[in-house]
Ligand binder design. Structure first.
Ligand code: PEP
Ligand code: CO
Length: 451
């Protein structure tokens, strides 16, 4: 029998991956300040997302969760946010049109700052330095001073999340996401590419469909569904002090919600069943996710479902599989079977990025576009074989023309990674690779007879 939950009950459990803040007084002051700030999202919005994810769990919608590995304090501008939104909207249009189901759009944005690390220290040249943990904690410069955790960064992360969310809300509801602008979402560097042309064709078909509806007398002008989108935010709930400071009681239902984002997830390194991260997220009413990597077995997954979604609410729990392109089918099928047979209504999403990362000869951390596609292909085949729904993808991308992942239609080579390698953490798909991926995902689901 689980003990009573409170927003601070996680504190009596082992919390992995927490920074060692040198000044606990300063940390307390920063958290107290944040706990007095307004919530970033509202409980009702988190419930709407949960309802939408419930449709994904039942096979009637698709989840597109995408954005930065780590948002940056430096690379923070309206243009940057707009470009990310643009590529996500494009991908969503491709998926909606091709799969014929609603696409639930969730950004890794407006709060995706904190990073877990495989080691607390890293060696750079002759120096052994504390690892970079994301701009919410320290800076990436290779000096001891830059790597000291600074609690003022928690406050700065809150403010950056608030202004990012403000712009995201404006873009989603203020005309930018209008389906009549479907052509305008193509970035210049994508427009002339084969994916860009394929997208243009699809956009032209959507235009025709809209004209057809108007000709039939359907009032497309006043239907807000055609002019606005619902766009939700998410991040890994890693720094539990920060998450606790933004956890508020909903006046409508009396339930607790982590108002730092609509959806929160637990990472591969912090998903210990007896750990603080599961303790914290089990008590909040938001939809939650958990990464499941190649060491996961069916017993663990069932315990996880029980811990995070004992009431079996559809849309409450998303399991984000990140197995690696070579293992995904074998590793995933037993998990799909166990969850299906136990009757847990989960969303299954595929993160094809994190188990396919390697260090290239150039020294850059990278991922191969073909491997990413291949993991998604295995994910879809596994679902097809088990009669379950491949509910979504979870990817790291940017709208910009970066060179961080090798391959894709541009055939980015290891030797070109240095040209525009801009991520502060993991390598992201660029705008072209992202759009290409959306077309491939749609094809994979259709050719496996699932849509
Ligand atoms: C991430 O999503 O950026 C991440 C660190 O993933 P994982 O926990 O799956 O390694
Ligand atoms: Co990452």
């Amino acid at each position: 029998m689980a003990k009573a939950w409170t927003p601070s009950s996680w504190q009596s459990f082992p919390a992995a991956q927490q920074p060692e803040w040198p000044d606990s007084g300063a940390l307390d002051r920063a958290l107290k300040q944040i706990s007095g700030y307004p919530p970033l999202v509202f409980a009702g919005e988190a419930r709407s997302l949960q309802t939408a994810l419930g449709h994904v769990a039942s096979g009637n919608a698709f989840l597109l969760q995408a954005g930065d590995c780590a948002e940056s304090f430096e690379d923070f501008s309206a243009v940057n946010i707009r470009e990310k939104l643009r590529v996500i909207l494009q991908m969503a249009v491709v998926l909606t049109y091709s799969l014929g189901v609603p696409v639930v759009k969730v950004g890794r944005i407006a709060g995706q700052f904190a990073k877990p690390r495989s080691s607390p220290f890293e060696r750079i040249g002759d120096l052994e330095l504390p690892s970079f943990r994301g701009h919410i904690v320290n800076a990436e410069a290779p000096t001891a001073a830059a790597r000291v955790p600074d609690p003022d960064r928690l406050v700065q992360a809150y403010h950056q999340s608030a202004s990012t969310l403000n712009l995201v809300r404006a873009f989603a509801k203020g005309g930018f996401a209008d389906l009549n602008r479907v052509h305008a979402w193509t970035q210049e560097f994508v427009a002339s590419s084969p994916e860009g042309r394929k997208y243009e064709q699809l956009a032209a078909e959507i235009d025709r469909a809209l004209r057809f509806m108007r000709a039939c007398g359907v009032d497309t002008e006043s239907n807000s569904r055609l002019h606005e989108v619902d766009f939700f935010t998410s991040h890994e709930a890693l720094l539990l002090g920060y998450e606790e400071a933004l956890t508020r009681q909903d006046s409508l239902t009396g339930g607790w919600y982590d108002c730092s984002a609509h959806m929160l997830w637990i990472g591969e390194r912090t998903r210990n069943l007896d750990g603080a991260h599961i303790e914290f997220l089990r008590g909040v009413g938001n939809p939650v996710g958990c990464k499941v990597g190649p060491t996961t077995d069916p017993e663990y997954v069932l315990e996880l479902c029980q811990a995070l979604n004992p009431a079996r609410i559809p849309g409450r729990l998303t399991l984000i599989s990140r197995m690696g392109a070579n293992h995904v089918e074998d590793k995933l099928r037993p998990l799909l079977r166990a969850v299906r047979d136990a009757g847990h209504p989960v969303v299954w999403a595929c993160d094809p990025m994190h188990a396919n990362t390697y260090t290239a000869v150039s020294g850059h951390k990278t991922r191969d576009f073909d491997e990413i596609c291949s993991e998604i292909a295995g994910f879809v085949r596994a679902h097809s074989a088990e009669g379950t729904w491949p509910g979504g993808i979870h990817v790291e991308l940017t709208g910009d023309d970066v060179t961080e992942c090798v391959g894709g239609a541009d055939k980015i080579l290891d030797s070109q990674l240095d040209d525009r390698y801009q991520t502060v953490c993991d390598p992201r798909l660029n705008g072209r690779q992202s759009l290409d991926l959306a077309f491939r995902v749609a094809d994979l689901i259709r050719t496996n007879g699932l849509a």
